[in-house]
Design a protein. Structure first.
Length: 255
């Protein structure tokens, strides 16, 4: 979701064509622009910049992990490559000043057509002016499913494999950038977002700790260690995004 809550970037497929990204005007509910890759590649995992003028996304060949990160300029309609590598890259997110992008990179791959978060995953960061790539963490994790900045020097990582399963999320901070486990709600947490103007953390987690079915996920918020359940859908939720004030949230649901 854009910081002002007026637009939503979502990946979707048209028939048998590779995945593309649509920028949706939430007032008119129409697609006002599209990100379509060339040479049969797909576009996925969109993330707005904090000034609302750019969208970072991943790209790759259908049937394989994404290995490229790109930026789409909403004003000019142009796309530029940020980086590509032989290893999978995913979950790009802009720093608060939009000068850097943090992302996850897997150090080993077990099989194609599986989730990116499967092995030896570390957090990396690229300076968009110098194109210098820095590896922030060294102790690779598995089953990482979310990444977002809290401040310019602190990032929040989520997933059941984070910090050796000691928590459902972890904070990494300058300069050590070790995975410091935290427990958002004693729940299996997936997507995480931060409302930048309030500092509140939003996440998707299990609503019922005694159930382990696929239909008991909800959206929660946390600020100053106070947690609040936002939704009451009793369904499978994913792809959470939040406006800068936290007034608007968006997510995908199976019902």
């Amino acid at each position: 979701m854009s910081p002002d809550g007026a637009s939503l970037a979502a990946s979707y497929r048209c028939g048998s064509e590779p995945m593309r990204i649509g920028i949706i005007d939430l007032e008119t509910k129409t697609i006002k622009s599209q990100i379509i890759r060339e040479h049969g590649q797909y576009a996925d995992s969109p993330a707005f910049s904090n000034d609302g003028n750019m969208v970072a996304f991943t790209s790759g060949v259908p049937g394989e992990f994404p290995n490229g990160i790109y930026i789409f300029d909403l004003k000019t309609g142009s796309t530029r490559e940020v980086l590509t590598s032989e290893l999978p890259n995913g979950f790009p997110t802009f720093s608060p000043d939009d000068r850097r992008i943090a992302f996850l990179r897997a150090g080993r791959v077990r099989a194609k057509n599986a989730a990116l978060a499967i092995g030896d995953i570390n957090v990396f960061e690229i300076n968009l002016k110098s194109n210098e790539v820095s590896q922030l963490t060294k102790n690779g994790q598995y089953a990482v499913t979310g990444l977002t900045y809290i401040t310019a020097e602190r990032l929040l990582v989520s997933g059941p494999g984070v910090a050796g399963g000691q928590g459902d999320a972890a904070i990494i901070s300058h300069p050590e950038y070790n995975f410091e486990p935290i427990e958002l709600a004693r729940r299996e947490v997936s997507d995480v977002n931060v409302a930048t103007s309030t500092g509140s953390i939003y996440f998707i987690g299990r609503a019922n700790l005694t159930k382990h079915g696929p239909y008991d996920y909800e959206v929660f918020s946390m600020r100053d260690d106070v947690k609040q359940q936002i939704t009451n859908r009793g369904s499978y939720l994913t792809s959470l995004s939040v406006s800068s004030t936290g007034r608007f949230i968006a997510y995908l649901s199976d019902k």
